[in-house]
Design a binder for this molecule. Structure first.
Ligand SMILES: NC(=O)c1ccc[n+]([C@@H]2O[C@H](COP(=O)([O-])OP(=O)(O)OC[C@H]3O[C@@H](n4cnc5c(N)ncnc54)[C@H](OP(=O)(O)O)[C@@H]3O)[C@@H](O)[C@H]2O)c1
Length: 269
């Protein structure tokens, strides 16, 4: 297996690099603490944040906006996501994106994703509208989330001017289902993974195998779980925490790699 040693990963075919670990913002309980967590993350080089219009009914984007003011717009890569239902009407997408940007307090996002595919709206329609979103200068890059191979193929075929740079999907050391088809397809097509729920909402913490492997490296189970993901080419991870000490723990997943033997062992979990 090829082990990717890079802590800054290629963003699609853009030539730009992003941090292998960023912060998620779903289910924020305390906005002030989340702002502190994002600021700490940026200080430590984890300068990518993921949010969505859906999270907290828009309040997560406001929290991210407050953090962006503190760290400076140019020092953080912002991903947000638009709900698929909006794509029934192009105007509704523009309005939703404008509202997201207002909550984020920025003129332009770095990356906007379609949150998930829906059966009754063609992927091609979604992609054409996303190209118009980028044309309007609302985002530097576009991408998708929760897309399988069939939807990705349709997306790539329908785009004329922009690339899908990211597919944000569920991926953890305990849920490796994307490794069968989706991940190989994405690597072949140079599409970056943003792995969501990478800690299985805390379940990795007490996993005995992860704890045991971590001991060899002087690392925690969380650090092993994240290192497993970013050892794969084109894979970044977006764990969520609003605790500064856990952000520090995440940053300890960078700067080293599990051995091939241990990676293979973890694939048996
Ligand atoms: N595209 C999509 O459809 C989609 C779906 C789900 C998630 N996402 C994105 O991916 C991000 C991450 O996924 P997630 O939030 O579902 O799950 P996750 O990152 O696997 O887990 C986050 C949860 O684990 C807790 N946690 C973090 N570090 C911990 C530690 N060291 N020990 C114990 N608990 C710990 C956090 O609580 P504390 O805050 O208290 O630390 C939080 O409740 C989301 O926030 C969101 O931005 C996207």
């Amino acid at each position: 297996m090829f082990i990717d040693p890079n802590d800054r990963k290629d963003l699609g075919k853009t030539g730009e690099k992003v941090s292998a670990i960023g912060l998620g913002t779903w289910n924020i309980r305390d906005g002030d603490r989340m702002v502190e967590a994002i600021v700490k993350a940026v200080e430590l080089g984890l300068d990518m944040v993921d949010t969505a219009e859906m999270y907290g009914g828009g309040s997560a984007e406001e929290v991210v906006g407050r953090a962006v003011k503190k760290v400076g717009r140019d020092n953080i890569f912002i991903t947000t996501k638009i709900m698929p239902d909006r794509f029934r009407d192009e105007y509704m997408v523009f309005k939703a994106v404008e509202a997201s940007l207002k909550r984020l307090g920025v003129k332009e996002a770095d990356l906007i994703l379609v949150h998930w595919p829906v059966e009754d709206i063609p992927v091609s329609r979604m992609m054409h509208i996303m190209e118009r979103v980028a044309d309007k200068g609302y985002t530097r890059y576009i991408g998708v989330s929760n897309f399988g191979v069939r939807h990705l193929e349709e997306a790539l075929e329908s785009l004329s001017k922009y690339d899908v740079v990211v597919n944000q999907v569920r991926y953890s050391v305990l849920d490796r289902s994307i490794e069968d088809e989706v991940l190989p397809y994405m690597i072949r097509n140079s599409i970056t993974v943003q792995a969501y729920t990478p800690l299985e909402r805390g379940m990795v913490v007490k996993n005995r195998k992860l704890v045991e492997v971590g001991r060899k490296y002087g690392k925690t189970s969380v650090q092993v779980a994240l290192n497993y993901l970013i050892s794969h080419q084109y894979v970044t991870a977006i764990p969520k925490t609003e605790k500064v000490d856990r952000v520090v723990e995440f940053s300890g997943a960078l700067g080293w790699r599990l051995s091939e033997e241990d990676l293979m062992e973890l694939k048996k979990l």
